[in-house]
Design a protein around this ligand. Structure first.
Ligand SMILES: [Zn+2]
Length: 220
């Protein structure tokens, strides 16, 4: 404790418990990759097990909404646009509810206590591939799924950790090398001999990435 400019300050040091860090490493985790073709893939690299949710079933619905949205945007029909958006959100919410439930079940079946997902605070790189008129709803769908996974994980006493999304789709989950051309469409093929569905490979990479550490600040 020290006195400075008429105020008392308490200073303390934050120490890291090494033992704790080691046990963090030992926690079993599954990885979840989010996309549009596959809405989500959850994978466990340790066992090679995975589940995927194809966007096929709702793909045509979303394309229909996309078409309608562009028409309404052109006509500047704000009221109808809002109605359409609400309707689409309800459909997406229903699917995200089903998907997040299955992801939690998968994690439990694998005996995992951690679910790792990409930190998509900055999803600029993904937005590039989306039609301008679809960007808002696609981002919304991604974050809604994340919120539902987080909520259901809490109820199941599972931890959700965010990992750095950098090159998760280019990295080989077997040897760790990141090569862009290894990913061709839906197949990932590495020079180390590893071959896998690209989204499953990405879920394995995400599941084994270290958790993003929050910066600690000192308190006065
Ligand atoms: Zn490899």
């Amino acid at each position: 404790m020290f006195f400075k400019k008429g105020k008392w300050y308490v200073s303390f040091a934050i120490t890291f418990d090494l033992q704790n860090d080691v046990s963090e490493e030992r926690k079993k985790a599954i990885g979840v990759d989010r996309g549009l073709k596959y809405i989500a893939v959850a994978g466990d690299k340790e066992t090679g097990n995975y589940i995927h949710f194809s966007g096929k079933q709702i793909g045509h619905i979303r394309r229909k909404f996309s078409r309608l949205r562009r028409q309404l945007q052109k006509a500047r029909n704000v009221k109808a646009l809002k109605r359409l958006e609400n309707k689409e959100h309800r459909i997406i919410q229903y699917w995200n509810h089903v998907i997040s439930k299955e992801i939690i079940r998968f994690a439990q079946e694998q005996g995992a206590s951690v679910i790792k997902i990409e930190d998509l605070k900055h999803i600029r790189s993904m937005k590039k591939h989306w039609k301008r008129s679809d960007r808002n709803v696609n981002s919304w769908a991604f974050f809604d799924l994340e919120a539902k996974i987080t909520y259901k994980a809490q109820l199941a006493e599972l931890e959700v950790q965010k990992v750095n999304p950098f090159k998760t789709s280019q990295e080989c989950s077997n040897c760790g090398k990141a090569v862009k051309k290894n990913r061709r469409g839906s197949l990932y093929k590495c020079s180390c001999g590893y071959k896998k569905n690209a989204d499953v490979n990405a879920s394995f990479v995400i599941g084994t990435r270290p958790c993003k550490k929050e910066k600690t600040t000192t308190a006065a």
